[in-house]
Design a protein around this ligand. Structure first.
Ligand code: PEP
Length: 256
């Protein structure tokens, strides 16, 4: 089965609503020939609506960076899935390492989010990955397995979920995982998913790599078996870089 790759841009806390609209419009013009890959823009909440306007009539996707699992109520500062759906959001990132480490989100919170996103018929992008300390103490496999087992606890099947492997030490640092490290982690993820859900649907699962992806390393990273696209932070804020990475991914798909 051929898997269509994904290039997702996580803007984090960057771009005002007007900048979001202009930026998406600019990227759109640069991505006109991207037909096989799914491009996803993930602006901050405030930029979603303007980004959506700029995406009218295109096949690119719109993603949110976070959500709350409850549908409404006394949760000051939070955003529900119903609100995101009303704007036209299709994807929601859950468990990004900045949410885990800066905002202390636990696996159990992330699990509630994943289930709520699925119940809302949206697609979760579940981020997992080890810290440098965990890697150096030989715990990478265990961390990946725990984050998957707990993050996906009670989820009936894996179809409709995207996983992003993002080693914490590679996010925003300029350091990328070597092909060996990324390939090994992606294989562990696929094996763990197989053991949780059985072999069905695992072939269709898309596992993205994230962590300092740039135009000059994207070629090598997309060649790694089991890497089905990228979740991109810093380089997704530069239209030229984001477009170059998307073209590298698209060309790899067309070549195979
Ligand atoms: C991210 O925030 O998901 C990310 C991978 O960031 P960067 O590409 O900047 O490392």
């Amino acid at each position: 089965m051929r898997i269509h790759p994904i290039i997702a841009g996580n803007w984090k806390m960057n771009f005002t609503p007007s900048e979001s609209e202009v930026f998406v419009g600019k990227c759109r013009n640069m991505l006109l020939d991207i037909e096989r890959s799914q491009v996803i823009f993930c602006p901050p909440f405030t930029g979603l609506e303007r980004a959506k306007n700029a995406l009218q009539g295109s096949t690119h996707g719109l993603g949110a960076q976070n959500c709350h699992w409850e549908s409404k109520g006394a949760y000051t500062g939070e955003i529900s899935l119903e609100m995101l759906i009303d704007i036209g959001v299709q994807y929601v990132i859950a468990g990004h390492s900045e949410r885990r480490h800066i905002f202390n989100e636990s696996d159990s919170w992330i699990n509630r989010k994943v289930k709520a996103i699925l119940n809302a018929d949206l697609t979760p992008i579940l981020c997992i990955g080890e810290t440098l300390e965990e890697r150096n103490s030989g715990k990478t496999e265990q961390v990946i397995q725990t984050q998957l087992n707990q993050g996906l606890n009670g989820v009936p099947d894996i179809s409709g979920i995207i996983i992003a492997y993002e080693p914490v030490w590679a996010i925003g640092t300029g350091v990328t995982a070597t092909p060996g490290q990324a390939g090994e982690a992606h294989a562990i993820i696929r094996q763990t998913i197989r053991s949780i859900f059985g072999a069905d649907n695992v072939d269709a699962l898309r596992i993205l790599y994230g962590g300092s992806v740039k135009p000059d390393n994207a070629e090598a990273l997309i060649e790694i078996p089991g890497v089905d696209g990228f979740l991109i932070g810093g380089a997704s804020l530069k239209a030229e870089d984001f477009s170059d990475i998307a073209h590298i991914v698209e060309h790899k798909y067309l070549r195979n």
